[in-house]
Ligand binder design. Structure first.
Ligand code: ZN
Length: 532
């Protein structure tokens, strides 16, 4: 036999949850050709994996790199973690569809997390062509954002859709599915997604049920209303007839930390009734999102221009402070109450602010923290992202250990060093998968290697119904990660986030060695995947 690549002497953890087994893995072109002990044959390239684990490439079940492929198609911070497939179009955001004249609204929205999109498309199909043309190094599974559907179908208004607008949104969803979307996502704390009623979302889900579409939900509240929000997502799945994924499951705000057990039990109960509902989690007790998410929902009504008007208006600012300020020290948000010292500026146009918390900024300027935040959002045109320490480590552990929770980074693929994303973003962009392996498997023994790898590979592949990925089996796509179980570890921290992990010497995407020891081969190895 002659193969293009032979990975010899590794311990194969095949992604199914089955025990690790010593085996060689042969690759021909973009497929796994053989898996077995002592494979003998010619290979153009041989990698000696003695002492290393050979696993399917990781599937990041919740990612936002769709807002960044144009700047960094290599998605280096992801692939260096072992990620070979990313699921994007999450939390109601997707760069398409775009209504005629609607590009500015979509750009402003993407800019909130530091993206500078240049929009040259309108339909989802045109956008998918654009994405293929970028030559990403990672495989892409795309969802369409329900916020994007609403923006394109009826604008940013806070009201129910007229019957014709509802039909338009269903047509746009059908077009997206036809073009390769796997389903739709909501972000029910983000306008305009949050303006949709449960009933509107059930109808949208019903319209895609026959086509096998999936519903991925950033739910309507991860804090005080956590349980109701999970029930709503489950109801949309049950009444709409579609599988459900609960994104980045968490209980935000210390007053809500006790709700996590019940939240996970709701998932178990719905599964027992027959719903395909699962969840994902990132292994950190801090979240990251747009800073304008600290403001009450009404401030976003009418879109970004209206928001900026309100940030200039003294009466509106007083109303915001009256509604949200708890005692001058804490701030009430849709994600629970947070202390000013728990909110860090991640990115904005002023790099010197990155990594500084709002309590510190307030002390530095002699202003009240709320005024500092409102001024920053006003001066930066709401284009500020933040890191918020709102969760408990115990709950992160509970989610990681749950049998139906997989791993999703909720992050962007970036390049380390000087690049398009300055500032201090959440370290999960560089560290999610090696952090689970190094800290929660090797150090804390919370999970076995096989279970952790299953949560990163076979489990998400099954959820997405990807028949040829997520396992190390002959005939499947040659997406592989090779890591050292003795050393794999994340190095990115909140203070120093732009650091690649250690202990992952090889990552293979569709048969191409993209991570090759210290070298990063930013080849267009990835594919834009389509649903079965
Ligand atoms: Zn989200």
């Amino acid at each position: 036999m002659a193969w293009s690549l032979l990975i010899k002497n590794g311990s194969v953890v095949d992604g199914s949850g089955a025990p690790a087994a010593a085996a060689d893995v042969a690759v021909e072109g973009d497929r796994i050709a053989a898996v077995g002990r002592g494979l003998s044959g010619e290979a153009a390239r041989v990698i000696d994996a003695t002492g290393l684990m050979v696993t399917p490439g990781f599937i990041d079940i919740h990612s936002h790199t769709d807002l960044f492929y144009h700047a960094c198609p290599a998605a280096e911070s992801k692939v260096r973690q072992g990620v070979t497939t990313e699921v994007v179009g999450m939390c109601s955001f997707s760069p398409a569809p775009v209504a005629p004249g609607g590009a500015e609204a979509v750009k402003a929205w993407a800019a909130g997390i530091g993206s500078r999109l240049v929009i040259t498309w309108q339909t989802f199909a045109q956008y998918m062509d654009h994405l293929r043309g970028l030559g990403p190094s990672v495989n892409i599974v795309h969802f369409v954002g329900q916020g994007a559907l609403r923006l394109a179908g009826m604008g940013a208004e806070n009201r129910p859709p007229a019957p014709r607008e509802r039909k338009d949104m269903e047509r746009l969803l059908a077009e997206a599915l036809e073009a390769g979307a796997f389903g739709f996502s909501t972000g029910l704390v983000y306008p305009p997604s949050l303006y949709a009623s449960t009933e509107e979302l059930v109808a949208l889900a019903k319209s895609m049920a026959k086509r096998g579409g999936l519903y991925f939900s950033h739910i309507r509240g991860e804090a005080a209303t956590l349980e109701d929000a999970i029930k709503e997502a489950i109801r949309i799945g049950e009444d709409g007839g579609v599988p459900v994924q609960i994104a980045h499951i968490k209980a935000a705000g210390r007053e809500n930390w006790g709700k996590m057990d019940r939240a996970l039990r709701l998932v178990d109960e719905a599964r027992a009734r027959g719903l395909d509902v699962t969840a994902d989690v990132y292994p950190y007790h801090a979240a990251s999102t747009k800073m304008d998410n600290l403001l009450p929902a009404w401030t976003h009504d009418g879109g970004i221009a209206k928001l900026l008007e309100r940030l200039h208006d003294g009466a509106a600012r007083r109303r915001i402070v009256d509604e949200c300020s708890v005692d001058g020290e804490r701030w009430k948000t849709a994600s629970g109450t947070v202390g000013w010292d728990e909110i860090l500026v991640a990115t904005c146009s002023r790099p010197e602010l990155a990594g500084t918390n709002l309590a510190q900024l307030a002390r530095d300027t002699g202003m009240a923290p709320a005024e500092v935040m409102l001024d920053l959002l006003r001066d930066e045109q709401a284009q500020v992202s933040m890191v918020v320490f709102s969760q408990s480590e115990d709950n992160v552990v509970k989610a990681l250990a749950h049998p139906h929770v997989m791993i999703g980074s909720d992050s962007l693929g970036l390049s380390a060093g000087p690049g398009p994303h300055p500032g201090k973003p959440h370290p999960r962009m560089y560290g999610t998968f090696p952090r689970v392996l190094g800290r929660y498997v090797r150090e804390r023994k919370l999970l076995s290697w096989e279970t952790a790898v299953n949560k990163m590979t076979g489990m998400p592949a099954a959820k997405l119904r990807l028949k040829d990925r997520g396992l190390v089996r002959p005939g499947l796509a040659a997406d592989l990660a090779v890591f050292d179980p003795a050393t794999v570890l994340d190095l990115a921290t909140f203070v120093d986030p732009h650091r690649h992990p250690v202990g992952i010497p090889y990552v293979v995407v569709n048969g191409q060695v993209v991570v090759d020891g210290p070298r990063y081969n930013a080849a267009p190895a990835g594919r834009v995947l389509t649903p079965p």
